[in-house]
Design a protein. Structure first.
Ligand SMILES: [Zn+2]
Length: 279
């Protein structure tokens, strides 16, 4: 069933867990994520970043994502990750996305607030959820530019949330997009300060390669949404390669099933951790 991200974040808060937000780039990835979520009877977020639309056009992805959510046996929110332009965010809302992220974290603070307010207003017309980011998450989001990590300032975050009335805040606490060279030391002290000042659910980007123990610590400090992108793409590629390596004559239909499987296994692994149960 298609639901807002806000609903899933509230549920995560009540259950002291986090909801997984899995990036998708094609039909097989959508199928893999939904299959895992249904099997584990756990709500999930499927998302795509604006920069990835070069590979996977919104006009093709959006109807598939929304339809997959509507037909799923569990609650699914459809989210635009790292929306960079108002135009793209508007399109996603028109297509029925139930959540959007505005990434204007590199803009001056006042400009960021003004722009975010406009998006919050627009999203409210659709009943959609809004996520925003403060500070700089490392790595890159599909471009060649490497960003230097700047941790979210807890005081500024408090002002920002009050001024913009966003629904969820993505934090920068030493996390980075892509694969980490070594598992990162996240600044839990910074996260704790943010959590003590802010009521709304917090979001952790760059979830690929963070340890289970660290995920659980983050959940205990208010992280309610965790983004997994690279691990899903890598899972698809690894399963595809394994299949192609073991046969002389790969066929599309088996390959497609392997892609679904690679994403399914990755999603299942993460959902299990994010549910934050003892076993
Ligand atoms: Zn991100």
């Amino acid at each position: 069933m298609l639901v807002t991200m806000k609903k899933l974040l509230a549920r995560a808060k009540n259950n002291n867990c986090a909801v997984g937000a899995f990036s998708v780039g094609n039909m097989e990835m959508i199928m893999g994520v939904i299959k895992a979520a249904e099997e584990m009877n756990t709500p999930v977020i499927i998302q795509i970043a604006e920069k990835r639309l070069m590979n996977s056009p919104l006009e093709l992805m959006a109807p598939m994502m929304v339809s997959a959510a509507k037909n799923a046996k569990v609650d699914v929110a459809v989210h635009l990750d790292h929306g960079l332009t108002e135009e793209c965010i508007s399109k996603a809302l028109e297509y029925g996305f139930t959540s959007v992220m505005l990434d204007s974290s590199l803009k001056p603070f006042d400009e960021n607030i003004a722009l975010t307010r406009r998006i919050v207003e627009k999203a409210s017309l659709y009943g959609a959820t809004v996520e925003s980011e403060l500070g700089v998450v490392g790595g890159n989001e599909g471009d060649t530019e490497e960003h230097i990590i700047t941790c979210t300032d807890p005081k500024m975050a408090e002002v920002f949330c009050n001024e913009t009335r966003i629904d969820a805040l993505a934090v920068a606490i030493g996390n980075a997009h892509g694969n980490y060279p070594v598992s990162p030391e996240l600044r839990l002290d910074v996260l704790e300060q943010i959590y003590s000042r802010i009521d709304i659910p917090l979001v952790l980007h760059g979830g690929t390669g963070i340890t289970e123990e660290m995920f659980r610590k983050c959940i205990s400090l208010g992280i309610r949404k965790i983004n997994i992108a690279t691990a899903g793409f890598d899972g698809l590629s690894a399963y595809s390669k394994k299949y192609c390596d073991r046969t002389d004559k790969p066929d599309y239909f088996t390959l497609s099933a392997e892609m679904v499987n690679g994403v399914y296994e990755n999603t299942k692994k993460h959902i299990k951790i994010f549910n934050n149960k003892e076993n």
